[in-house]
Unconditional design. Structure first.
Length: 379
């Protein structure tokens, strides 16, 4: 009965921690839900892709489309052209896309025009900032999705405002947090991560207080002036406590092109290459504060109860502010310095765990898809 598979798509780093619990839930479902895992190859460095597959226990993809980097148009178009024959050949029951990266939109668009139902995991998040490429991807993917699984309460009114029928929207919780809860006990100790990446004084650094920084949004790193502000913020922070900074390839290339890599290190910012999932989880768990512009880290710090300063003017994940440990600080140097001082003296913002961030979101997704795609059709 259930022979046509769910075509699961991943492309970029933040997709991997979302798909891992989903494919596991498909395998553990009784009966198992058939699926094919397709990697678009948007991220291709070992550290941005293979390492995360290994850390998260994701089975090797059935196929890698190997699109790699390019302009948004080139990358999106390449994914579209290469996914089309895969959809034709797999005859899937539906296509399942996660998050908001270019691969998400590209695959949803092709499937939708072929009449293949689109399932969007992490639907309805809105920053209301159309300068973010991800916001365009979110709005467009949701507009053509048939099933919209949401992570937080803000998503439903966002979707309703765009005319999306409420009966397509299902609040299941957060698969990203499924991954945190499944893996937190296996997280690597910060000392091991720092030593593995050749950071001098790894032992003493890891035992004391430290800030963990991750920054890669185009608005923060692509142009000289905002990147200079980010540089100053990292150096200010490093005067108060050591800063550990695993840099995304985009950020690394920009820092290098402006000639700022060495001075960052001279200012006691410990630069690391992109780290694995079990490494970042360990670094996050033990951090005194996290400085980030990542959507994922905003949620993960809320789940772990670690103070998070988000270097952005807005967030599509407002629950991390309303209930979690997150604070929006933009690139405001003095505001960030004030928050760091407060965190060092009083521990910073305390939050609570949002509804359904309980480690079982993927199970709810599997149950729903089984009922609606397979069991009800066979009945
Ligand atoms: C993408 C997502 C973003 C997500 C981020 C996480 C979109 C629009 N953006 O941004 O939402 O937060 O992934 O990492 O889909 N590069 C490498 N090796 C890689 C991948 C990228 O060197 O494996 C470099 C390339 O120079 C590339 C640049 O990083 O041009 C940007 O990569 P791209 O996939 O276009 O976007 P991200 O910034 O990674």
């Amino acid at each position: 009965m259930a022979s046509s598979p769910v075509l699961c798509i991943v492309g970029a780093r933040p997709n991997f921690m979302k798909i891992a619990p989903i494919v596991r839930a498909f395998e553990q479902h009784n009966p198992p839900i058939p699926y094919r895992l397709i990697h678009t190859g948007q991220h291709y460095d070992v550290r941005m892709s293979e390492q995360l597959f290994a850390d998260l226990g994701i089975p090797a993809p059935h196929l890698n489309l190997e699109v790699h980097s390019g302009s948004h148009a080139q990358q999106t178009a390449a994914v579209m052209a290469r996914i089309e024959p895969v959809i034709d050949e797999s005859q899937p029951s539906c296509i399942l896309v996660v998050g908001d990266v270019n691969s998400t939109l590209a695959c949803a668009l092709v499937a939708s025009k072929k009449g293949v139902p689109v399932v969007h995991v992490e639907a309805g998040l809105r920053s209301y900032d159309r300068a973010m490429p991800e916001e365009i991807n979110r709005v467009l993917t949701d507009a053509i999705s048939d099933v919209l699984f949401t992570t937080e309460a803000s998503a439903l009114p966002n979707l309703q405002r765009e005319g999306i029928a409420e009966d397509k929207v299902i609040f299941v919780g957060n698969v990203m947090i499924d991954s945190v809860l499944q893996n937190r006990e296996h997280a690597l100790a910060p000392q091991a991560t720092l030593a593995a990446h050749g950071v001098a004084d790894a032992a003493s650094l890891a035992q004391g207080r430290y800030a963990l920084a991750t920054l890669h949004r185009p608005s923060n790193v692509d142009e000289e002036q905002p990147l200079r502000q980010v540089f100053d913020i990292l150096c200010d922070t490093a005067q108060k406590l050591p800063v550990i900074f695993p840099a995304h390839p985009r950020t690394h290339k920009k820092l290098e092109s402006f000639g700022w890599l060495t001075s960052l290190q001279e200012n006691h910012v410990h630069l690391l290459p992109p780290v694995g999932y079990l490494e970042i989880l360990g670094l996050m768990q033990h951090a005194t504060v996290v400085l980030t512009d990542s959507g994922g880290l905003q949620e993960e710090t809320t789940a772990l109860g670690v103070p998070c300063l988000t270097v952005r003017e807005n967030t599509e994940r407002p629950i991390t502010i309303e209930q979690g440990t997150n604070v929006l600080v933009g690139r405001d140097r003095s505001l960030i310095a004030q928050h760091i001082a407060e965190i060092l003296s009083h521990g910073g913002k305390r939050g609570r765990i949002p509804a359904l961030w309980d480690g079982r979101a993927a199970e709810r997704i599997a149950d729903h898809l089984w009922r609606t795609l397979y069991a009800e059709r066979a009945a």
